[in-house]
Design a protein around this ligand. Structure first.
Ligand code: ADP
Ligand code: MG
Length: 359
């Protein structure tokens, strides 16, 4: 993995980070560096270790191996036995369940991190009121949490995370308890807040669109490791592994078969010229975005339509590439209506294909 800035300027840095529960490795060999003022999303399926990694940064867990640095200072070092507790790491946190006290007022909830630092009186009030304004809840300080809606509680949790002006804010799936419509609004609001405040943040999610809309860098995680860390654009354009391509649903990953008849994509009638295929490639990605439907006889390959649904901007179409029962399936957006059972001709420019070498 390459990073484009020197680790001197890293706001958060993890090196060789591992976490074991007994003999089970939950995280293994995590290296990452996050520049000040940037947002990093940890993206991956449930159980891949996102929360665990966030908790290691927060100081809610200690690593089995490796180091965590915040602002260049070591805050956890397994080998040296060094461990700085969470309240001394200068972080704000927003949890999945918000962790608010339901019977206390909004203001008391938000004031908590300031009180922990021994701040009270007018300065505390001023900051709480500024944080409430920031999240669009000015005037709501006297309400009880239990009288607030889900979206409002979410905003309170964010206000509490930023009230002490922490250097870094950690978010753990903060949208997971909101319905879809509210989630879209909140993603926009959090995005604006992050850029207004110039926040350095780590944002955990299993939702690709959330990660892509909020983050400068996205670490795609799988089974306790980071598969690839890059900008959203790079992940889409240059996925490092077939797993990243599949997790991001970039298209269809097919095995490359070399035989007497030349090079083919497994289970399809797609033949490729040897010059177009890297010598060590074992798999190809046919990106959904690069697929076009062409008139028959236009040197395309044939595919059978499995289903197609109108989506406003086109027809979300799933086809089978080839005649075999286990042939690969590809989903893409077609411009024109097609019907299940139709056999259509498709082309993918070979320059748009991506190649992988898998053991
Ligand atoms: N206290 C624990 N003891 C044993 N295993 C755990 C513990 N906490 C989490 N795990 C396991 O660690 C893995 C990663 O969990 P987690 O970090 O919560 O994943 P994610 O947030 O990506 O869903 C899961 O397989 C989970 O079952
Ligand atoms: Mg989690």
């Amino acid at each position: 993995m390459t990073s484009t800035f020197s680790s001197q300027s890293a706001a958060v840095e993890a090196s060789g980070l591992s976490l074991h529960y007994g003999s089970t490795a939950v995280l293994q060999g995590i290296d990452l560096a996050l520049e000040k003022g940037k947002v990093l999303a940890l993206l991956g399926p449930s159980g891949c270790g996102k929360t665990t990694l966030l908790r290691l940064v927060a100081g809610l867990l200690g690593p089995t191996k490796g180091q965590v640095r915040i602002d260049g200072k070591i805050v956890a070092d397994a080998a040296g036995g060094l461990f700085v507790p969470p309240e001394k790491r200068g972080l704000g946190m927003v949890f999945q369940d918000y962790s608010l006290w339901p019977h206390m007022s909004v203001s008391r909830n938000i004031a908590f991190p300031l009180e922990m630092r021994g701040m009270g009186g007018k300065e505390c009030e001023r900051r709480v009121s500024a944080a409430l304004d920031r999240v669009g809840l000015g005037g709501f300080g006297g309400r009880r949490i239990s009288d607030m809606s889900g979206g409002q509680q979410q905003r309170v949790a964010i206000a509490r995370a930023i009230v002490a002006e922490p250097a870094i804010v950690l978010f753990d799936e903060p949208m997971s308890n909101l319905d879809r419509e509210l989630r879209e609004t909140m993603v926009r609001e959090i995005g604006e807040l992050m850029s207004d405040l110039g926040l350095t943040a780590i944002y955990v999610t299993h939702d690709q669109s959330e990660a892509f809309s909020l983050a400068d860098q996205v670490a795609v995680m799988r089974k306790g490791s980071i598969e690839q860390m890059a900008t959203p654009e790079t992940l889409v354009d240059e996925p490092a592994t077939t797993e990243v391509a599949e997790f991001l649903r970039l298209g269809c990953v097919v095995r490359v078969v070399r035989g007497d008849g030349g090079i083919r994509l497994d289970g399809t009638d797609i033949a490729l010229s040897a010059a177009a295929v890297p010598a060590r490639a074992t798999h190809a990605l046919l990106p959904s975005q690069a697929v076009r439907v062409v008139n028959p006889g236009n040197s395309g390959f044939s595919a059978e339509v499995l289903h197609s649904q109108f989506r406003g901007d086109g027809y979300l179409t799933t086809v089978r590439l080839g005649a075999m029962p286990k042939a690969s399936v590809l989903t893409f957006l077609a411009r024109h209506r097609v019907v299940a059972g139709d056999v259509i001709d498709l082309v993918v420019d070979v320059a748009d294909m991506r190649w992988f070498t898998r053991q």
